[in-house]
Ligand binder design. Structure first.
Ligand SMILES: NC(=O)c1ccc[n+]([C@@H]2O[C@H](COP(=O)([O-])OP(=O)(O)OC[C@H]3O[C@@H](n4cnc5c(N)ncnc54)[C@H](O)[C@@H]3O)[C@@H](O)[C@H]2O)c1
Ligand SMILES: N[C@@H](CCO)C(=O)O
Ligand code: NA
Length: 442
């Protein structure tokens, strides 16, 4: 257990002593905020919060923060055994390995644990929450979802009186930054990704960002808080943004949409639907205008209706802001359960398959403009009872491919996929059809 906030003998506030593992983008940010705002934080927490020890890979590296006077551990797990550490903050990353060893060691060593590691919480959150709760310790991970936006607190506390029907959002700053820069500058994907990495937004392995995996980790955690189940990454249908082209972005604008990578979790008659994929979002929806590194989360409760939270989802200051808020909760002595119910009460809701999804679709085909092609395409949709809403064809060439863009009315995903299989096999369709789901109900 942490030391009690007030020393009985002196009446002086006892500091909360923090060990930080990982001194990269976020770790350095946490040390900076705790130092730069020490007086304000002590006043709010009722006692000072002080970093006493750190662990990182290279002791000699200049990180722009003064580490003099701090304990140093080459092995991060050793932080969990130090007498001068009450709370361990893990900012290394990775679902397994050192991060997980450190989390387990913290709880067995009687220390609370704060992390920004969504990969680990999505995979092991319930086990770690149970270990914390058994010992009266805190597990907190506000920084893991939507960076600086206090969305986990909002779901756990502010919306606690609501049954949530749907929660969705832009949960990856790197992807939103890439899509925004592609649209506004016309630059290509890899160029913009390198910039997001330089700004400290991207994961150590940026395929986690661009392939939707990071969004899925965050959605699994959000859904767990919103619907009271264990995070279930395997139940999430995941697609990333690699296939989104400048052409798609331009067609979207023309059709009155903007392309966003969304994570959506919704309770349906067939179970909990969880999906991560690029979406065509109507320009009239507020979330269409959340740009750059900004994230947004919309949570819909039965009593409150829709609520939207917006802020920076990645980067040093925003992410460290959330870590420090968790530390202040722990210093105050009211961190609450890690999820919105005790870990042992987390359920396992049935998963609705993606084929059961019903919605409108944007389809882009690259076709040779020969007589009869569009008739064949239209017939494939008609056979599957897929009703078309609009069609755009650009250019004219019987030897070079031209784009044909179609949008559908609401239809079942299973029927749409069968139609696309038929269309992909047409000789005049020379690239795999590209499909982007349209979200009209935002
Ligand atoms: N950067 C962001 O915007 C952001 C936002 C939200 C969450 N996160 C999460 O925060 C965590 C840290 O991310 P980051 O961007 O600061 O990463 P980073 O790569 O900048 O920093 C990680 C640090 O950990 C150190 N490290 C690696 N292995 C170690 C070990 N065994 N012992 C001690 N130190 C070790 C590395 O040397 C590095 O300095 C990750 O879980 C990430 O998913 C990052
Ligand atoms: N790589 C993540 C960091 C924040 O979790 C992002 O781009 O959103
Ligand atoms: Na957050």
């Amino acid at each position: 257990m942490n030391a009690s906030p007030l020393s009985a003998a002196s009446g002086h506030a006892v500091p909360l002593r923090v060990g930080v593992a990982g001194l990269g983008t976020v770790g350095v940010g946490v040390i900076e905020i705790l130092r730069n705002q020490a007086a304000l934080i002590a006043a709010r927490a009722g006692r000072p919060i002080e970093v006493t020890a750190v662990s990182a890979r290279d002791r000699s590296r200049d990180r722009g923060v003064d580490l003099a006077g701090l304990g140093w551990e080459d092995d991060a797990v050793a932080l969990a055994r130090r007498d001068d550490v009450d709370v361990v903050v893990e900012l290394i990353g990775g679902a397994e390995g050192t991060a997980l060893d450190l989390a387990r060691a913290a709880f067995s060593g009687g220390k609370s644990f704060v992390t920004a590691n969504k990969a680990m919480i999505a995979a092991h959150g319930p086990e770690l929450a149970a270990a914390a709760e058994e010992s009266g310790l805190a597990l907190a991970f506000e920084a893991a979802v939507a960076g600086g936006i206090p969305i986990l607190k909002a779901l756990r506390e502010g919306l606690a009186g609501n049954a949530v029907g749907r929660v969705y959002g832009i949960l990856n700053g790197t992807c939103n930054y890439i899509l925004t820069e592609m649209r506004t500058t016309g630059r290509d994907f890899s160029d913009v990704l390198a910039q997001a990495q330089a700004l400290g937004y991207a994961e150590a392995d940026p395929t986690f960002d661009v392939d939707g995996i990071d969004t899925a980790h965050k959605l699994a955690i959000l859904a767990a808080l919103a619907f009271g189940g264990r995070p279930d990454i395997d139940a999430i249908h995941v697609e990333g943004i690699r296939h989104v082209t400048i052409d798609d972005i331009r067609f979207a604008e023309e059709l009155g949409f903007r392309i966003k990578l969304l994570g959506v979790a919704r309770m349906t008659g067939q179970g909990l639907e969880q999906r991560v994929h690029p979406c065509m979002v109507p320009l009239s929806a507020p979330i269409a205008h959340v740009e750059g590194v900004f994230n947004a989360v919309v949570a819909e409760g039965d009593a409150v209706g829709g609520t939207m939270f917006q802020g920076r989802g990645a980067g040093r200051g925003p992410t460290a802001s959330a870590v420090v808020a968790d530390l202040i909760d722990i210093a105050r002595g009211h961190a609450g359960p890690a999820f919105s119910v005790p870990a042992l009460a987390l359920g396992a809701p049935a998963a609705a398959p993606i084929d059961a999804h019903v919605g409108a679709f944007y389809i882009r085909l690259m076709v040779l403009d020969q007589p009869g092609v569009l008739a064949d395409v239209a017939r494939a949709f008609a056979t599957e009872q897929v009703s078309l809403e609009s069609l755009i064809q650009r250019g004219r060439s019987e030897v070079e491919a031209v784009p044909v863009v179609l949008t559908t009315h609401a239809t079942s995903e299973a029927a749409l996929r069968r139609a696309l299989d038929t269309i992909a096999a047409l000789p005049a369709v020379i690239e795999p059809p590209r499909m982007i789901r349209i979200e009209n109900s935002l």
